[in-house]
Design a protein. Structure first.
Length: 184
């Protein structure tokens, strides 16, 4: 019988899909207020791989990512997804001219993978709790991010992968410090 152990803490990240820079800045500020200081902010990438959000959010969308300093328990991902959905609703009230001013996609990075939270079921998604599923987005090897058959098209962009590999490097350093008792 295998020994049951606590989960290794993981690195909280969040994707932000938006159309206007002021919305992006407000979203980053609200996420930092909710989840603590950021240790990495990506550039804004064109989100032109899908028209899925056009009706709700408009066109010429962009996406950026934020990584947070504090490590989390991966079991908290469903709660965090509900919290980001609540933040999206707050933004709907702040920017009444747009049906959906922002899309917030939380997830976490661990040594071997990037996992995103979703409310949409599919064959490769694992149900967690409270209507939230885990979506395995990328796998990591020593110096590389590997896509999968179901990886969202925009995650194939080299800029995304460079960002996540840098966040992974920070995360691995944090894990070393955690194991050495230098991080709580």
């Amino acid at each position: 019988m295998g020994e049951i152990k606590k989960f290794t803490p993981v690195k909280l990240i969040c994707g932000i899909i938006f159309s206007d820079d002021p919305i992006r800045e407000k979203a980053r500020a609200r996420l930092i207020e909710k989840f603590g200081p950021a240790d990495a902010l990506s550039e804004s990438f064109s989100f032109n791989f899908s028209h899925y959000y056009d009706q709700d959010m408009g066109q010429n969308l962009k996406r950026c990512f934020i990584s947070f300093e504090s490590l989390i328990d991966p079991q908290n991902l469903p709660v965090i997804k509900h919290q980001t959905n609540d933040l999206e609703e707050d933004f709907r009230l702040l920017f009444p001219g747009v049906h959906r001013p922002v899309n917030l996609d939380p997830g976490y990075l661990k040594a071997s993978a990037l996992i995103m939270a979703t409310t949409k079921d599919f064959a490769h998604r694992i149900p967690l709790t409270a209507g939230i599923y885990a979506h395995l987005e990328l796998l990591f090897t020593r110096q590389k991010a590997r896509t999968l058959g179901w990886t969202y098209p925009d995650f194939y962009q080299p800029g995304y992968q460079v960002f996540f590999l840098q966040v992974r490097k920070t995360y691995l350093s944090q894990l070393k410090k955690l194991k050495a008792g230098q991080l709580t």
